[in-house]
Write a protein that binds this ligand. Structure first.
Ligand code: AHR
Length: 334
C-alpha cells in the first residue's frame, strides 16, 4: 500500500513542466465547485478515446461522478494515441492539478512522463488499464478490472456455449483482439489461452487472430478477411462487444448465421451487446464494468487527503448467457 505522503516524499528531481497538449481534444470546462468553502480538488483526466460503447459509458461515468464530488475536472480525449495522452499529462503537470488520472492506451512507454508527475509531486491514479513500469512508485493505484480473469471467464463460458449448442469435436476459433499493446488485449488473450491450454489442448484451436482495435469498423473489416481465409471458423472470441457487432455484419454478409453457424463470445456487456444477444446473434458475454467514476473519485479524494489505498481496486462483474439477455436488457445501465 502506498499513501500520498509516501508518494510525495519519495518524489525527487526537477519538475518538468512539459509542453501544453497540442493534439488531444481537451474539454476545458470545469465541472465542479467546492461545497464546504474549501478549495475544490482539480483532477486532470486523460481518456483513451471514444472507440467503443464501453468507452462512452466510462467517460459519462467519470464526468458525472466528478461533478457529483464537486471536483474541478479537466478532461482530455486522446483519440487512441499515446502521444496525445503524454501531451495531456504534461499539460496537467504544467497546470499544477492536484491529481492526475488516466486510462493508458497501451501498457509500455510511460516512465518518463510519470517521473515528471512524481517530480512535480502530483499523484497519478490509473483507471481501467494498467501500465508496465520500472518503478512501482510512479503511480498510486489502479481502479479497474482483472482482464486476465475476463479472458479465463470467456474460455469457461465458451465451454457452456458449446455444450448448449451440442458442438463436439474440433473447434476452430477466430479471435478479434483489442488494440495492440493495450492491457485488455494482452491479458484477455492470455486468460483465454490459459483455459485452452489447460482443458482443451487438441480440440480448440485459434486459427486466426488479429486486432480490430476495439472498434465496430475494425471488427467488421477483420472478420470479413477471416471468413475469406478461413471459411470453416465455428467460434468467434471478440475482445469487446463493439468488434463482435461489427463482425456480425460480415458474418451475415457472408450468408452465415451469427450465434448459430458461428458461435460468439464477447466481453463488455454494453446495451448493444445485450441487444445482439437477445436477438440470438451473440451467445454469451463476459461483463467488464465501465462505471468506474464514483469509485475513482473516492480514491482521488483519499489520495489527495493523504489517506492510503489498495494497490489495485478491482471491479466486480458478472457473466451472461444468451437466455438471460432479454430479462437483463431493461436494467442494463450502459
Ligand atoms: O479497457 C477496456 C476496454 O476498452 C473495453 O473492453 C473496450 O470496449 C474498450 O475500448
Amino acid at each position: 500500500m502506498l499513501n500520498r505522503r509516501n508518494f510525495l516524499t519519495a518524489a525527487v528531481g526537477v519538475a518538468a513542466a512539459g509542453g501544453l497538449a497540442a493534439c488531444a481534444k481537451e474539454d476545458k470546462s470545469s465541472t465542479g465547485t467546492s461545497s464546504g468553502g474549501s478549495k475544490a480538488i482539480t483532477l486532470g483526466f486523460s481518456q483513451v478515446g471514444s472507440e467503443s460503447g464501453w468507452r462512452s459509458a466510462n467517460t459519462t461515468s467519470v464526468k458525472e461522478a466528478a461533478k457529483e464530488a464537486g471536483f474541478n475536472l479537466k478532461f482530455s480525449d486522446a483519440q487512441q494515441k499515446q502521444e496525445n495522452q503524454i501531451s495531456a499529462i504534461r499539460s496537467y503537470i504544467a497546470q499544477k492539478v492536484d491529481v492526475i488520472a488516466f486510462s493508458p492506451v497501451v501498457v509500455t512507454g510511460w516512465d518518463a512522463v510519470l517521473k515528471e508527475a512524481k517530480a512535480a509531486k502530483i499523484p497519478v491514479v490509473l483507471t481501467d488499464r494498467s501500465v508496465e513500469t520500472s518503478d512501482d512508485s510512479l503511480y498510486v493505484t489502479l481502479v479497474g478490472s482483472d482482464f486476465t480473469d475476463e479472458g479465463r471467464r470467456a474460455g469457461k463460458i465458451l465451454e457452456k456455449v458449446l455444450a448448449k449448442a451440442g458442438v463436439k469435436g474440433p473447434v476452430k476459433i477466430a479471435q478479434l483482439e483489442g488494440t495492440t499493446g493495450a492491457a485488455p488485449a494482452i491479458e484477455r488473450a492470455k486468460g483465454f489461452k490459459e483455459v485452452m491450454d489447460a482443458d482443451h489442448k487438441g480440440d480448440w484451436k485459434i486459427v486466426v487472430s488479429q486486432t480490430g482495435d476495439f472498434t465496430r469498423a475494425g471488427g467488421k473489416q477483420v472478420m470479413a478477411a477471416f471468413l475469406q481465409s478461413n471459411p470453416d471458423i465455428n467460434v468467434l472470441f471478440a475482445h469487446n462487444d463493439d468488434m463482435a457487432i461489427g463482425a456480425i455484419q460480415s458474418i451475415e454478409a457472408a450468408g452465415k448465421k451469427p450465434g448459430k453457424d458461428i458461435l460468439i463470445v464477447s466481453i463488455d456487456g454494453v446495451k448493444d451487446g445485450f441487444i445482439a444477444m437477445s436477438e440470438g446473434k451473440i451467445n454469451a458475454i463476459v461483463e467488464c464494468n465501465p462505471l468506474l467514476g464514483p469509485q475513482l473519485m473516492e480514491v482521488v479524494k483519499t489520495v489527495h487527503d493523504g489517506g492510503s489505498v489498495e494497490r489495485w481496486i478491482k471491479t466486480k462483474e458478472g457473466d451472461f448467457m444468451q437466455d438471460q439477455a432479454k430479462a437483463a436488457l431493461p436494467t442494463r445501465k450502459y
